[in-house]
Design a protein around this ligand. Structure first.
Ligand code: AMP
Length: 190
């Protein structure tokens, strides 16, 4: 199985590059942000609780997202592989993901981290906020909070995969197709 973690701060281009990876490698896309937004749209209790945190730009509890991922892995037992987008975002989530995959006799193939400077991220998120309708992309304070959460809680996840020799950084500014080619060189070497 090909199981990729696509990593990077909010606005790094994870969603865009995920879509291209899914098309090329026929992977199942698991984006915890998308799953949470679907829960909000469906008006579930989980969605209502998550929305309060997402609107502030803070992470939702580990148990919530780990449970969602576990359900999705079970629901896609015939998949050729998965692309994890926006997950894991804490070391506890990374450890839980390793356990879930081990129990299914598979593992993470590698983490690809999209590297983009802070100022570019803020510009991209505000631009996306204009047409995505995402409340958390429209407020500079919420954007800053998301970047802070990333630096404090999520950045250590890169060290976790570095420790397993599964980490590769790819520069995330430039032409989308060129960034994609650089990602594919990494993936094809797994
Ligand atoms: P995203 O679409 O990945 O930018 O996620 C939007 C928001 O959903 C984040 O700011 C968090 O509040 C929440 N979220 C998404 N994925 C996770 C995760 N793996 N762990 C905790 N919170 C998450």
């Amino acid at each position: 199985m090909l199981n990729l973690v696509l990593f990077g701060p909010p606005g790094a281009g994870k969603g865009t590059q995920s879509q291209k990876l899914i098309d090329k490698y026929q992977l199942v896309h698991l984006s915890t942000g998308d799953i949470l937004r679907a829960e909000i749209a469906a008006g579930t209790e989980l969605g209502l609780e998550a929305k309060k945190l997402m609107d502030q730009g803070v992470l939702v509890p580990d148990e919530v997202v780990i449970g969602m991922i576990s359900n999705k892995l079970d629901a896609n037992s015939n998949a050729k592989g998965f692309i994890f987008d926006g997950f894991p975002r804490t070391v506890a989530q990374a450890e839980a993901l390793d356990q879930l995959l081990t129990s299914k006799n598979t593992a993470i193939s590698g983490m690809i981290a999209l590297e983009v400077e802070n100022e570019e991220l803020k510009k991209r998120l505000l631009l996306r906020g204009k047409d995505s309708g995402r409340a958390d992309d429209q407020n500079p304070e919420v954007i800053q909070k998301r970047i802070d959460e990333y630096n404090n809680k999520t950045a250590p996840v890169a060290n976790y995969y570095q420790g397993q020799d599964k980490f590769t950084g790819v520069y995330g500014i430039g032409v989308i197709d060129e960034i994609f080619s650089n990602i594919c060189i990494v993936v094809d070497a797994y």
